[in-house]
Design a binder for this molecule. Structure first.
Ligand SMILES: [Zn+2]
Length: 471
């Protein structure tokens, strides 16, 4: 068996691993994830790279979860000739139906904006590339085979796989794959996908797996420890209480899928426990609304604490005034609210979407608070706010930053270093090979070192992108 790491090697995006398995003397090929590279100057070039084999020769794809950096190039792969099944969990399938069309829409919008600017002579540099159309998304979605967690699937004779809950986002999975190389030799290979943080709200803890020959593990926070959930709750309670007392608004930029639901359930839980009074919460993002409905639909897959909180909320619907905004006019009407509201809106890094309007409206007043809950990439508006700039330029105008800006840590969807090591301790015997992927070089090498020293496992490596490794 061989694995070629086509992405997420020395970086956190572009997850795509090509596996060649020899079964009864015949080579088969499958992919684990086929994600988009995001951010960085080389991302668009890498997104245009071709698969090293003809897409027609690929037997199937196993998708760990719906995030675009794991799933985002599947429509392109299908348009290029891959006609086989794409296996993922049922919740991932439901999320893909929201995320992939949105990805196609954003690509087209980027191109149209650039074309408009180019006509005015205001666009310098290369034109953005549209990687696939909405029709190609629809066609790719027909190739998805949704399956339940824990069910063993036999994609070809001599190979089985199953999905375990990774506790990262709705539908996220760890893939356990068994390959019968010949009559006596069975190799088991585990791809962690993205691993969630133990003990956090919304998702259950990642499932442990007791045996594997080969482990491919993520390392996003391989060199860091998160703040505890109780510290996070204390910070959130403080900011919200102070802002409500000052009759201001709390604006929370949040990714529509995952983070928005996490904040909502955290707020409901804090009200349930009497740590916060009655709240008025507005969720202003159509995608967040759809993702929240999906989260409720897959209620049984949430952690028990969240299920109990949701049951309580159903019995006490007046505890929070929770409203989901659908159309643009309603969204604009929120501008009239001068105080007492919590507005959660996307995008998470404040660069696009309705959140920009809410910031333009709320940044100039000192009684308001902006609560940053997620990673803010260098160059994003969110990052500039975190870096305490005095003014920002929005919609062609300078907007003074008088609202207070708070960064709340501890809400990451990824396990920290301790969480990753805990998950690895689930393997009762030392795997013969461990590959550390999906981390910046420093995070990946620090985690690899911890695996060697803390777990005493020898054969750990950080693979190089495009290199093929025998397993
Ligand atoms: Zn992810």
């Amino acid at each position: 068996m061989k694995i070629q790491f086509l992405g997420a090697a020395g970086e956190v995006t572009g997850s795509r691993h090509l596996v060649e398995a020899n079964i009864a003397g015949r080579a088969h090929h499958f992919l684990v994830d086929y994600g988009m590279f995001q951010g960085g100057r080389e991302a668009s070039d890498k997104n245009l790279e071709l698969l090293p084999i003809a897409p027609q020769d690929l037997d199937f794809v196993i998708l760990t979860h719906a995030h675009i950096d794991h799933s985002g190039l599947l429509p392109r792969l299908c348009a290029q000739g891959f006609a086989g099944p794409i296996y993922c969990t049922k919740a991932s399938h439901a999320l893909l139906k929201i995320l992939l069309p949105d990805s196609a829409h954003l690509q087209l919008a980027d191109l149209e904006r650039a074309e408009r600017k180019a006509k005015l002579g205001k666009w310098h540099g290369e034109m953005p590339v549209v990687l696939y159309s909405r029709q190609e998304v629809e066609s790719a979605l027909t190739q998805i085979v949704p399956i339940d967690y824990g069910k063993w699937i036999e994609p070809l004779p001599g190979m089985q796989f199953t999905f375990h809950n990774a506790g990262h986002i709705l539908g996220s999975a760890i893939a356990e794959i068994h390959i019968q190389e010949d009559e006596v030799k069975m190799k088991s290979c585990v791809f962690s996908g993205d691993i969630g943080m133990k003990g956090k709200v919304l998702m259950p803890d990642p499932e442990l797996i007791s045996q594997a020959d080969v482990v491919v593990v993520e390392s996003t926070y391989g060199d860091r420890l998160h703040r505890t959930l109780s510290d996070t709750e204390d910070e959130l309670v403080q900011v919200i209480s102070d802002t409500m007392k000052a009759q201001g608004n709390v604006i929370i930029p949040a990714f529509a899928v995952g983070r928005t639901q996490e904040i909502l359930f955290l707020l409901i839980d804090l009200v349930r426990r009497g740590r916060l009074p009655h709240l008025s919460v507005w969720v202003d993002s159509p995608m967040a609304t759809a993702a929240t409905q999906l989260t409720e639909h897959f209620f049984n897959q949430l952690d028990h604490q969240t299920q109990a909180t949701m049951d309580w909320f159903k019995r006490h619907p007046g505890a929070i005034d929770l409203r989901f905004i659908a159309d643009v006019e309603e969204s604009k009407a929120l501008n009239k609210i001068k105080g007492g509201a919590i507005i959660i809106s996307a995008s998470g890094m404040c660069d696009a979407g309705r959140i920009v309007h809410h910031l333009a409206n709320n940044l100039p007043r000192a009684q308001n608070a902006i609560v940053i809950t997620g990673f803010q990439a260098y160059g994003s508006l969110g990052r500039r706010l975190v870096d305490k700039v005095q003014k920002v330029r929005l919609f062609g105008e300078d907007v003074p930053v008088r609202a207070s800006v708070h960064t709340i840590g501890g809400l990451s969807a990824h396990a920290d270093q301790a969480g990753l090591l805990d998950w690895l301790r689930g393997f009762k015997e030392t795997p013969s090979k461990i590959f550390v992927v999906h981390g910046e070089p420093e995070a990946a090498s620090v985690l690899a070192q911890c695996i060697r020293e803390d777990l005493g496992w020898g054969n750990v490596m950080v693979p190089e992108r495009l290199h093929t490794y025998d397993c």
